[in-house]
Design a protein around this ligand. Structure first.
Ligand SMILES: [Fe+2]
Length: 372
């Protein structure tokens, strides 16, 4: 079957390695007003950027940024009038930074730009400094903002959201706790794997995916064990970045669709939600992509996994060995809520339609029950 053409967007410049965060100041030497988007924790890294000039910090970014978060950040930008926006954080921070850089100066609202290719332009430079290894948001052109009323995610996608400079400095991830390291690492792997077994899979993206999930298989356990293992941390930042590239032209599929209600309704962190769902969807999809699933299993250290049950056991074991609590019930989910989650997840067609096997609402509910 011929593959559909793809277009890949990547940051104009990418700095990778221990200490590279210090390059931001020189790169931005001509910026007169810099707005740093952060969290109260990641704001602690601002000195390391070595910025000069006037620096304003907006650090009120929660785990799942919503419309009000974005409005507050835009308002901070209209006060600061930045010529450079720096996203210093994980996916939530970087997603907000993208939209702030693109929207603060113009007339367009979030509603105006929701969907693909609706952002008119951007006249503010954007630097993305990742402080977790998971979302790969620094690599791409998509931003996800929660609509608290509808309980879903608004996806904005535009080439105008790409970073001018992205920084992958493993030292910024040393302090990420083991549980978060595990969950975000599994999320990065899920981006790669869901693109790899995707209905819209592409040979070039497949190779980015392979690099990503092999790095996770090689380094995630090491980083969970020793947070200051520079080589492992750097490997995971690359895996996250490759996952971000996978998200661009191919994107995720049922795994992320099924994880989303756990974020929007149950308020689980995105990485954790994906970790819980990951083994079940990998197993569900195994019959449609047996060879690719076997490649994933090998990368995760399994001897062989040639049936859905074996795949599910293998992937679950991988996550449990990293210390992830895999039972939804242990995270406060109520059995009565699973039906609502299933109908919400099934309705996320932009991802569900990418899945190599069509899932009915009952299939989705079956996955939540199995994860419960
Ligand atoms: Fe994700």
């Amino acid at each position: 079957m011929p593959v559909a053409p793809i277009t890949i967007h990547q940051p104009r410049r990418l700095a990778v390695g221990a200490g590279t965060v210090g390059q931001v100041g020189d790169w931005a030497a001509d910026a007169s007003s810099v707005l740093v988007i952060a969290t109260p924790i990641t704001a602690g890294f601002i000195e390391r950027l070595q910025l000069r000039g006037r620096v304003t910090v907006f650090d009120a970014i929660p785990g799942e940024p919503d419309i009000a978060t974005l409005d507050a950040a835009l308002s901070a930008a209209r006060d600061a009038r930045p010529d450079l926006v720096v996203g210093l954080g994980g996916g939530s921070v970087m997603d907000v930074a993208k939209l702030v850089a693109a929207l603060w100066h113009g007339e367009q609202t979030l509603a105006d730009v929701a969907g693909p290719n609706r952002v008119n332009g951007r006249n503010t430079r954007l630097v993305q400094v990742a402080t977790t290894a998971g979302t790969g948001s620094e690599a791409g052109i998509r931003s996800l903002i929660t609509d608290p009323v509808k309980g879903n995610k608004i996806a904005v996608e535009s080439p105008h959201l790409i970073a001018d400079l992205a920084v992958l400095d493993p030292e910024l991830t040393y302090s990420v706790p083991p549980a978060v390291t595990a969950a975000t690492g599994i999320d990065a792997m899920a981006h790669c794997v869901e693109a790899f077994t995707n209905r819209r899979a592409h040979p070039m993206i497949d190779d980015f995916a392979r690099m990503g999930f092999r790095l996770v298989g090689k380094f995630l356990a090491r980083a969970v064990k020793d947070g200051a293992d520079t080589q492992a941390r750097e490997g995971l930042m690359l895996a996250s970045y490759y996952g971000g590239i996978c998200l661009g032209p191919v994107n995720t599929a049922a795994g992320h669709a099924i994880a989303y209600p756990l974020g929007t309704l149950l308020h689980l962190p995105h990485g954790l939600a994906n970790a819980i769902i990951f083994p079940h969807v990998l197993a569900f999809n195994q019959p449609a992509a047996p060879e690719k699933t076997a490649e994933v299993a090998t990368a995760l250290g399994a001897v062989s996994a040639t049936s859905p049950d074996a795949v599910s056991d293998m992937a679950r074991r991988f996550c449990l060995d990293l210390g992830v609590e895999m039972a939804l019930s242990a995270h406060g989910a109520r059995e009565d809520d699973l039906t609502r989650y299933a109908s919400d997840a099934h309705a996320i067609r932009r991802l569900m339609d990418n899945n190599p096997i069509d899932m009915s609402v009952e299939d989705v509910l079956g996955i939540y029950r199995a994860a419960y």
